[in-house]
Ligand binder design. Structure first.
Ligand code: MG
Length: 374
């Protein structure tokens, strides 16, 4: 562990948990949060949830579990460089995707559309709901009873309407203040992780090519560095050598620019951080390159016709599951039926959001295919 900067989050001075608990030495409060997240049911489900590729499409693609581990690895490294609290970034990283629906963004959009007249559905908000309510494994409270700092980091964005109902962690969206630097940097670690692993998975799937990526500055610059150093390198090594340099470019730039921002504003405490504009950022030059890579992926990978076909299927499955359960809550498992008595739509959304890709496909088959049982 590094020497903490005075403006880092400090577990000894946490704003606290919703329900008071005695400390658990030798673990600090953020380590304890991380441990609770790893032992949750929602965390294990991440193994069978995906973002771009559906789980059964191939064993080598990232799942939300491996994505979350990559985010944690990057976030800890950045935190250490900037003398911020590594354990807090790890807890936030491992929890940030817990609320994701099956089938990535197509699933989320379909569930949100189904929930249009019932308060909507947003995966980021759902991650918070998982750790505050849906995990039921402790005798004295629902959820994981995490510290304020971890919950604040999980809630990356939030509408004013929702913020008003969220209490402590919603307040910063109303006050327009900033979260901890640990929360800010974990958000960037998320973005660095998925942009780069989507390039890797995209190439592996054959949906995008090196020739196409050569038009993207961030990839081209790093690819040229590799080619210069190793002129005859085979492709299977060229791709990871390029991607590791892209990650290095982004992480190094993020650390350098953020250190400059911090030096410029001279925060003395985490209270100062909350009052200042966000201090974790890329330089303008790298932010622009990163943005172009994102645009490239959106156009060429996330909207590739083969991905669109899977998304269309995913949308249909989620819509049909929702309608089926909403029209007949008697089809829900017992525990969800009990909740459905007070809020049917939210109970159905919670049930669907908790499904893995393969469970959703199986459940859909059980409900719609006559030859399937229960
Ligand atoms: Mg993520």
């Amino acid at each position: 562990m590094n020497t903490l900067a005075p403006y880092a989050a400090n577990p000894a001075q946490t704003i606290g948990r919703q329900f008071d608990e005695p400390a658990s030495a030798p673990r600090n409060a953020f380590q304890r949060d991380r441990d609770r997240i790893i032992h949750s049911t929602a965390f294990r489900r991440l193994e069978y949830k995906t973002q771009v590729f559906v789980n059964h499409e191939g064993d080598l693609f990232r799942t939300r579990l491996t994505h979350s581990l990559e985010v944690a690895q990057l976030a800890r490294g950045i935190a250490r460089t900037l003398n911020l609290h590594e354990d807090l970034t790890e807890a936030i990283a491992l929890a940030h995707d817990l609320g994701h629906t099956p089938f990535g963004h197509a699933g989320q959009d379909a569930l949100n559309a189904s929930m249009k007249n019932h308060g909507g559905f947003e995966h980021n908000l759902q991650s918070l709901r998982v750790v505050e309510k849906l995990e039921q494994r402790y005798a004295e409270f629902d959820g994981l009873n995490l510290t304020f700092e971890t919950r604040e980091g999980i809630l990356k964005h939030c509408s004013i309407k929702n913020a008003k109902q969220l209490g402590d962690v919603g307040q910063r969206f109303l006050d327009k203040t900033s979260p901890s630097l640990e929360a800010q940097l974990t958000n960037f670690a998320d973005e660095i992780a998925y942009n780069n692993h989507d390039v890797d998975d995209g190439l592996r799937s054959g949906l995008i090519s090196i020739e196409q990526l050569s038009q993207v500055e961030l990839f081209a610059n790093n690819q040229q560095m590799v080619a210069k150093q190793y002129p005859n390198l085979e492709q299977k090594r060229l791709i990871p050598e390029t991607i590791r340099r892209m990650i290095n470019t982004l992480v190094t730039d993020l650390c350098t620019q953020s250190a400059k921002n911090i030096a410029q504003h001279q925060p003395q405490s985490i209270a100062d951080i909350r009052k200042l504009p966000p201090l974790i950022s890329f330089s303008a030059e790298i932010a622009a390159q990163n943005h172009k890579l994102k645009q490239f992926l959106r156009k060429n990978l996330y909207h590739h016709y083969q991905v669109n076909r899977m998304s269309a299927k995913a949308t249909r499955i989620v819509q049909e599951l929702f309608t089926c359960f909403y029209d007949n809550a008697g089809l829900l498992p017992d525990e969800y039926q009990a909740f459905a008595k007070s809020d049917k739509a939210r109970a159905v959304a919670d049930y669907i959001a908790g499904m893995t890709d393969r469970f959703a496909i199986r459940e859909h088959r059980r409900l719609f295919a006559v030859e399937e049982h229960w």
